[in-house]
Design a protein around this ligand. Sequence first.
Ligand SMILES: *[C@@H]1O[C@H](CO)[C@@H](O)[C@H](O)[C@H]1NC(C)=O
Ligand SMILES: *[C@@H]1O[C@H](CO)[C@@H](O)[C@H](O)[C@H]1NC(C)=O
Ligand SMILES: *[C@@H]1O[C@H](CO)[C@@H](O)[C@H](O)[C@H]1NC(C)=O
Length: 479
Amino acid sequence: MPRSYFTKLLPLLTLLLLFQSPRHPSTAAYAIGVNYGTVADNLPPPSEVAAFIRDHTTIDKVKIFDANPDIITAFANTNISLTITVPDDAVLAVANPSAARAWVAANVLPFFPATRIRRIAVGNEIFATGDRNLIAHLLPAMKAIHAALQSANLAGEIQVSTPHSLGILSISDPPSSGRFRRVYDRVIFAPILEFHRQTNSPFMVCPYPYFGFTDEAGNYALFRPNGGVLDRATGLNYTNMFAAQLDAVYSAMKRVGYGDVDIVVAETGWPSAGDPNQMGVSLDNAASYNANLVKYVSSGVGTPLMPNRTFETYIFSLFNEDLKPGSSEQNFGLFRPDLEPVYDVGVLRNPQFGSPTPVSNKKWCIPRNDASDAALQANIDFVCGSDGVSCKPIQDRAACYEPDTVRSHAAYAMNAYYQSHGRTDFACDFDTTGALTTHDPSKLLGTLSVSKLLFLLVESDEIFYSKFVLFHLAGWYVS
Ligand SMILES: *[C@@H]1O[C@H](CO)[C@@H](O)[C@H](O)[C@H]1NC(C)=O
Ligand SMILES: *[C@@H]1O[C@H](CO)[C@@H](O)[C@H](O)[C@H]1NC(C)=O
Ligand SMILES: *[C@@H]1O[C@H](CO)[C@@H](O)[C@H](O)[C@H]1NC(C)=O
């Protein structure tokens, strides 16, 4: 082949490899749970959701906020464990033993064992309601449901618990000083923990470092490198807020004599989008928090006060839910309602290279015509300063350096960001200076044959083959 062809191919090859290097280099598959909330009007039918989770993810545990029979049925024969919930408004009633038996007869027996119902959550964050009557009936309701399971011979297979927000703690910092709210500690929590110990069921909590996010504590909340936070009482150094929150819960449990009871993380998560200027909310932060969380809880290192312990963990949430109040509340999902990943946290089976989304419906992110050079330069600075995108190709006279215009460099950077950040509309927003196109941007930009070739190759489903061929041709050429 003529030399000129190769001089173009070589930088292109570099670029292709960059495009294909996984954003999360360890795409190891982790077992993790998710909360399947349904406060939305656009979700796929439960049967589709269950099949999707079974076939396309490594998620092996699902928690739902009610006992929707369609959902429970959908998980039959999937071998996915299910936690179902007695809704808050049924908690008072099921404190009555016969009502509890009726609830189990209606919501468990018809589906078990085809659906692996493993746990029943009685209410959700009941203490946060501040409803004293409800709070007083919580443990009786848990005991009645457990007794109903016993009479159905299922108490050995189905646990009973209830999720708590961290509002149950009056002190949580430093972690070793963690304690339950006064009065509740002995009157309510000690008996609940005694129930867990006797029935071998876990204490369920919902830690959300997101709510502790500040500019100073950002990296600490996001499991990113940081200087650590020292608990002076124990001399233990905390490098992430999640562990500190769990240890505060553990300290509170231990203080009333129940440090041995298992802890399950019933909910934790991070919103990928929200209102403008909302602190800590971004796609990058959500992807970073959840991906690091999955690795952390799967690693088996435990926490400083609970070394080597593992915590069954349920990410909130499976889907973005459009009927939730508030923009960030609507954007906790790992998936969009069309089952496309918002971002990958390492739970997809056979993830594609830079992004979990299959290379279909090709779209590119390009600068809008009316975007100013200043705004586009800000986009370049943002992308090139963020993790996961290499800007080498548009620097130092590399493959995409020419034409040396802000618009052309921004086109590269914005598209690289979009392709590696889940290909969501949001990842191409750039404060409304980005636009998605289904047309080959090299034509729109009227530039560079190399970039055109790149886009065509990226478009090709034969990309791995192309990479292979290019790699060998290039190697042959160099030698
Ligand atoms: C079901 O899942 C459990 C773990 O949750 C696993 O041990 C078991 O082998 C699975 N069974 C089947 C039939 O896949
Ligand atoms: C805590 O850990 C961080 C991260 O490893 C480290 O930078 C810091 O010096 C440690 N602090 C103390 C007091 O050991
Ligand atoms: C935790 O695991 C490590 C490595 O297996 C071991 O050396 C250590 O003794 C364990 N710590 C506790 C408290 O079990």
